[in-house]
Design a binder for this molecule. Structure first.
Ligand code: FE2
Length: 261
């Protein structure tokens, strides 16, 4: 794949998005949010692959995969009026279907279609399927980290802005609570990624987001989280209790130890 692959991928995503007609104002807004997210994730993926000193072709591939990773979101919103996969479809599977129908990877002629599809399919799963090839694993890892780094950016911008209007896409429409659920506390204090099924309040969502630190694949990603002070920003947005203080200490120490290795 040549350098044009990068520019072409931006063009393909834009023209795919423009092919939707008669959107409501709310749909338009959500389209712009996902389009901008895709571009920032692509920048993150490129940045990570540069830190990893990958060959040029892998840098470009990482960028392209990230640019298309949420392409299923647009059809999902139009067909089901939600971004909630459990109430509609798996947006990663839908995205791969869209890419195949639009014959996008073929037109990029990168010969890496399977890597693109497997990385996208793995991006929203609890873990990366073990059966993937080494190349597929690498790109799934880059995409998952790049995606989490952007979600952390968006969330912490939102949490830090006290005047922001409530955003139910970010808080999952869950009740407020001052108490971290027992199951959530148990997972994060054991150094595990918090599972969605245990999340019962807005506060649990924040704790789950802190637990992403355990799931980052590269030291460069942890370094980025520390630099941007994402853990602090989430912590500062919670009401303090001994449990939350313990949790914050756990993730912070984990991140700092990662940097020593
Ligand atoms: Fe996604």
């Amino acid at each position: 794949m040549n350098e044009d692959g990068v520019n072409l991928s931006i063009k393909f995503l834009n023209s795919y998005i423009e092919s939707f007609k008669d959107l409501s104002e709310e749909q338009e807004n959500n389209f712009v949010i996902k389009q901008n997210h895709s571009k920032r994730v692509a920048e993150n993926a490129l940045g990570l692959s540069e830190k990893l000193e990958l060959p040029e072709k892998d840098k470009r591939l990482a960028f392209i995969i990230a640019m298309f990773h949420d392409i299923g979101r647009f059809l999902q919103l139009v067909q089901y009026n939600t971004f909630n996969d459990s109430k509609s479809v798996d947006h990663a599977e839908l995205g791969v279907e869209v890419l195949k129908n639009e014959r996008i990877p073929e037109q990029l002629s990168c010969g890496e279609e399977n890597v693109i599809y497997s990385a996208i399919l793995a991006h929203n799963k609890f873990e990366i399927p073990k059966k993937l090839s080494e190349q597929e694993q690498l790109h799934a890892k880059i995409l998952r980290d790049a995606d989490k780094l952007d979600i952390l950016k968006v969330l912490t911008d939102y949490y830090s802005n006290r005047n922001a209007a409530p955003n139910h896409t970010l808080t999952w429409e869950l009740p407020k609570s001052a108490w971290v659920s027992d199951a959530v506390a148990k997972e994060i204090l054991a150094g595990k990624l918090v599972s969605k099924k245990n999340v019962a309040s807005e506060l649990d969502v924040k704790i789950m987001q802190m637990s992403w630190i355990f799931d980052l694949n590269f030291k460069a990603s942890v370094e980025y989280v520390l630099e941007k002070r994402y853990l602090e920003k989430i912590y500062e947005s919670t009401s303090k209790s001994d449990r939350i203080i313990d949790i914050y200490r756990k993730v912070k120490v984990f991140a700092e130890n990662k940097m020593m290795k």
